[in-house]
Design a protein around this ligand. Sequence first.
Ligand code: DPP
Ligand code: ZN
Length: 862
Amino acid sequence: TQRKYRADYQPPAYLIDDVALDFDIRDTGTRVRGQYQVRRNPDAAGAAALQLDGRDMQLHSVAIDGRALGADEYELGEHALVIAAPPSQFSLTIENEIDPEHNLALEGLYRSGDILCTQCEATGFSRITYFPDRPDVMSRYTTRIEADADQYPVLLANGNCVESGDAGAGRHYAVFEDPFAKPCYLFALVAGDLGMIRDSYTTASGREVDLRLYTEHGNEDQCDHAMASLKQAMAWDEDTYGLEYDLDSYVTVAVGSFNMGAMENKGLNVFNTACIFARADTATDGDFALVRDVVAHEYFHNYTGNRVTCRDWFQLSLKEGLTVYREHQFAIDQGSPGVTRIGQVRTIREVQFPEDGGPRAHPVRPESYVEMNNFYTITVYEKGAEVIRMIAQMAGRDAFLRAVRHYLDKHDGQAVTIEDFVVAMEESTGLDLDQFRRWYAQAGTPRLTLTTEFDQNQLRVRLTQSTPATPDQSEKQPFDIPVALAMFDAQGLPVGEPQVLRLNQAEQQWQFDGFDAQPTISALRGFTAPVKLDYPQSDAELARLMAFDSDPVSRWDAAQALYLNTLVADARARGADQPPAAAPQALFDAIESLLATPPDDRALLAEMLTLPSETRIGEQFDATDVFAVNGARRALKQEIARRFTGLFETLRDAHAASGPYVFDVAESGRRRVFALALDYLAAIDAPGIRDHALAVYNDADNMTDRMAALGALRDLTGDARTRAMTDFAERWADYPLVMDKWLRLQASTRRDDAIAQVRALLEDARFDFTNPNRVRALLGGFARGNGEAFHHADGQGYQLLADEILRLDRLNPQLAAALAGLLAPWRRYASPQGTAMREQLTRLAASDLSANTGEIVAAGLA
Ligand code: DPP
Ligand code: ZN
């Protein structure tokens, strides 16, 4: 495998206008016959060889215009079939055989339970047949599927079913035509014995769209929320962007084994069941929101991704950044905008910033890769969405929506680049995005400092920026950064209008006049840019913003800063073996007044009372001392719980369920406060909390409250925990996704023998190494959710993870590589942890690794 560079892009030498695929599905293997109408690309210069990508399959024949080629007329390698000098226009026929039954990589055609399904993005199509597996070759597809009628009563492919019938010998067939030209990564095929729910949607212009959602029989009653979400998303895209669905049917299939969350194949989405199933008793509020947002995300891809797609994979953020942004706005419009935005900000800070500050830092538009699957990252997706959000903020809402329409109209049916998108934005909005483009090109999180001077009724605000070096980029140019700012007086009343400062040099200064007294500044309000802001504010100022700031994100952020001041000081003291640093009275006063006059939005209250995560605290250090950080966080949580025990009990009782489960903003906010109160009380093992939590567990009519109870009991010893956990495992034994919650809880339980516990679960019949959801629940739950065991000083947690990465890499390299990413940022950890992590990376590097995992390990060791 070779490293590919963005700068090396060449247009395809040949284009394929029409593709006819024929799948003959048998127990012993699937035969694929592809017929392609090929022509020389008039825009391509240079060599005229036709390169067809393909791997892990058996080639039967190659024919040009009906004439079979001899083995000396093409070159067959491990990853490609090359025809040196074909005619300038011809019909190419390829016959080959694949083995979906043994495809555990979950790319190409594979089996998930009773279902045969495909996953082609990024380059899975070349595991189905020989084809130019690149998104800038767009073709119209006709797909014929033939299979056993009993085993596979349902046959599906992209587009409209134009023919179906009996194929003799107990077999049947169906033919599909997709009228839209598409890249092969959007191809999909499904065959199985499936249950279905059905609905319909009438578009703004009055067209009727048939909506179907398939899943294995018996799960239909977990699909209603996904279907309702799809209709919400369709309406939202019409109302917001004026975009109407363009086919007669929209089909979704949920499968249990899937590497990603979901896939936006044209007209035939394939989803991980984890992003479809949601029933009150099996799914939490968080699951309901996830399903809603992923369903919307894949739907939004129909325009931003499918109608206008990427020229090459370096441009992935063209479709993902924009679609995540659209998904974010959709989620915000579903209610509780502030809290929804807080969740987005948390993801950037807790997941994207660590990536951007670690060995895998890369620009939103990467310059090179070995394995594309390693670049479906939080940077390409979420930072990419923040970049779009900055453009939208600079343009203003209506101008931005118009600009997106201009982009889609201009490039409809094309495979384009991020540069094309930015040009379209400039053309339509009139913005000058010349310097702004650096957000796509430079990796790393800009660090801003803000300082003020107040003198004679005049305020001077000084901002500086600098961006640390990242792999392959030592020098950084200044970014163009919108920094929103508001000011408040001592009573918390706004002074003047909120401003958006545009910081585009290394250092800039602004002057504001006419103050009676020095105002309190609320900076980077709403998180207007994905940057770290260093602006030391006094506890009193933070408490004031926490109480009065009109922006909920800023109120929450002020609370976070107040907590962080204490937590960082305490972690620093603990790391240096000094006595713990105590929290200031201002912090407890702020909590007290928050509890006395809580915001109407209950979810905001819960957010404001939640301490920054260990990751966020760790981010404040060059090298994290995990135990000092965990110790500081636990101590502050317990101190808050001790001081406010009575108030938390009141809060809990006032927020207990009083009727049947409903998923909406008010009710899920109430449940969050309830769970938070339980969690604080459990942190000090408050009298009666165990029995109370067990009663909540037993009486709940929904999974959100059940998980709140289990979460509270998780680290407590004794009978209540055992009874609840045992009941849970019995009750949900037949629900794999619910059992993932159980695996995750077990793996994240703080106990001395946590590692032995995880090793035992790896052998448990309820675990399945070939299923990515199980692996993420158990190993992800352990490595991300059980810091003290994973980072145990003896290094056994790292060794366990490395053992499993090696085992998994032979089955599912994509998933193994994702797990290896947990060891790669070893430099971010103080020793002995950092050194022990590196040892496991070195051990991995000495093994025979897949290209996927090899790339991650090499980056970690570089
Ligand atoms: N399925 C993934 C997503 O929608 C990759 N396209 O983001
Ligand atoms: Zn996407």
